[in-house]
Write a protein that binds this ligand. Sequence first.
Ligand code: NAD
Length: 352
Amino acid sequence: TVFEHHEYDGHEGVHFAHDRESGLHAIIAIHNTALGPALGGCRYWTYQDSEAALTDVLRLSRGMTYKSALAGLSFGGGKSVILADPRAQKTPAQLQAMGSFVESLGGRYHIAEDVGISVADVEVMAERTRHVAGIRAGDAGDPSPATAFGVFCGIRAAVRHSSSLDSLRDVPIAVQGLGQVGMELCRLLFGEGARLFVSDLNPERMKQARERFDAIPLEGDALLDVDAEVFAPCALGGVINDLSLERLRASIVAGAANNQLAEARHGRALQERGILYAPDYVINAGGVINIAHETRAGGPTYDRARAFQAVARIAETLEEIFRRAQQQGIATSEAADQLAVARVAQATHRAA
Ligand code: NAD
């Protein structure tokens, strides 16, 4: 059952929907709302089965709680998944049904875009619910550029910490996934003179990265074998696992993907190999920080420069986590979890 599920962590609510008319199968997981309403994107994905979807949504929603806590935001953690194939099955009726599902939770969960769900899709959901984020209220719109900028600042901080370099000039960086975040990250890294290696399942995107950023495209998981300073996972989760760790040659893992560690113990495994890990939910918080600015500004007064200044502070948070991990001899993933859990506990205590 959900309660015995290995990723269940006292979630406040796990909600299932099946809308027969539109064919929507979806799960919304609300992990914790001590700091505010649960905020998190919606993933549209072809899962192997509903068990795999549940595992994903439980982990992702907890990650959102930790992410907002460490970004200093007044949001809790939640996430949703739609179980389907985006190319074959996505319809406006399904997205509207998802909007109604979100609305039925009365504002405890706010939905945004994620893998397989675009800003335009969220706009369709918004026909049925007010509880959406990351759409074109004000000028904020798509959170991906802010996410990419946060990852870029985080990579600079990690490189500075591990090799005292103040510049990324000629630093070899391997970017896995050239989607909304990965491509923009490449643009920023190229602007700083980094040497890029890239991979994507879509050959057209690899071609684009080669033409625009002089990137060296590599097929499959060959990126793991590259002598890069940084490996930046910007595709899907679970990339740091027993198999990839045997091959990974980078000194730093710092990228946008959620749930990069296949299991929590892989954080310790990275530390034991002397690889500096920028915890995923810390470095990829730029999008949610941007959304918080959009919400706070109440729309038209959204100030992009101020929002991006706030995103840049991800570097300071990471530096604190690197320092704590070093002082206590623990993995950076453990240091980040400790800090996040303490912040949520404080908020829960204040509310009680
Ligand atoms: P996206 O769907 O736009 O891009 C993902 C890209 O990865 C696609 O181009 C896809 O072809 C590629 N890909 C998939 N599997 C791959 C593989 N095995 N090897 C190489 N490439 C592969 O998604 P996105 O919005 O760019 O997000 C990327 C990651 O960052 C996701 O894990 C997402 O959850 C996370 N994230 C995104 C945001 C955001 O603001 N978009 C915020 C936080 C975290």
